[in-house]
Design a protein around this ligand. Sequence first.
Ligand code: BTN
Length: 320
Amino acid sequence: MGPIMFVEINQALEKIRNVGWISRSEWPDSAGIRPSEADLSESEGRLLRTVPADELDLVTLQNLAQAAGFELGIEYFPVIDSTNRQLMQRVRDDRAGTTLMVCDYQCAGRGRRGRHWISPYARSLAFSYAHSSSKALHELGGLSCVVGLAVLDVLGDLGVEDGRLKWPNDVWIEASKLAGILVELANHGSSTVAVIGVGLNVALTPEERAGVDQPIIDLRSRGVILDRNRLLMLFVRKIVGYLEHFEQSGFAAFRSAFDAVHLLHQRDVVVHPASAGATTPKRGRVVGVGNSGQLRIETAKGVEDLLGGEVSLRPAENSE
Ligand code: BTN
């Protein structure tokens, strides 16, 4: 499945944007996406939008990037399967022109450890940024933590001061998840390209919140009402800045900042292996992150290093 599958849907959405409606028969049902998933209502044989959607706009995004002095090759899809998947494909096809892929609706978003990530139409941010790195693979382990710190920094700028990170890739507010980060690596000549995907809840409906198997929160409930174009660019600019710093100084420069905002720092945790049944859960106390972004926990056998892809982490008191 590639963006090609969505060409007709994206054309239909473009027409609705320009003309206000399309006839029901113009909707390409074969792509497997219902009009209601794109927040469209049906009336007298027409599909239309009864409530305005906070859609992205490529020209606005390009202008915002230019005004901030950024060189970004931006690709926008109203509907896509997964920005990470498609940007990885661009990198593999050697189409280095795209550095930022954004969408309004992601129907097969990828989460960490094979989980599905939900991005409802124009009510969340789902984007991927391709970062070319000259660092060795083993030095890139802390990337999702660096990106998490950039996200928290933007939240602070927006007046949301109580954001926290949960190693290796979650952004939390109070006891609920606001955003997730998925870093995937691809070789590109002599450099490595990290495709950094960010999914962030902007203004979900109560039904959408209830449909997820863990507590989640959005920015709207914290009083942030900036439109999605501006929000997205705030996050991208900050992430790019943090990545530049990471390229120069490595993860060592971020370690103490990460520990300071890590939800589980100095807490007792239970570490579950990623694949069920591989090994039994391990107990320990989080003592910090290491120079490669690994989590260091003190167990009965001494300090052990955990790598992000391998485990899922829970506070000990919630683990039973
Ligand atoms: C997680 O918490 O499990 C990570 C979620 C990452 C979701 C984002 S949304 C944009 C990008 N495209 C994807 O398919 N996934 C990431």
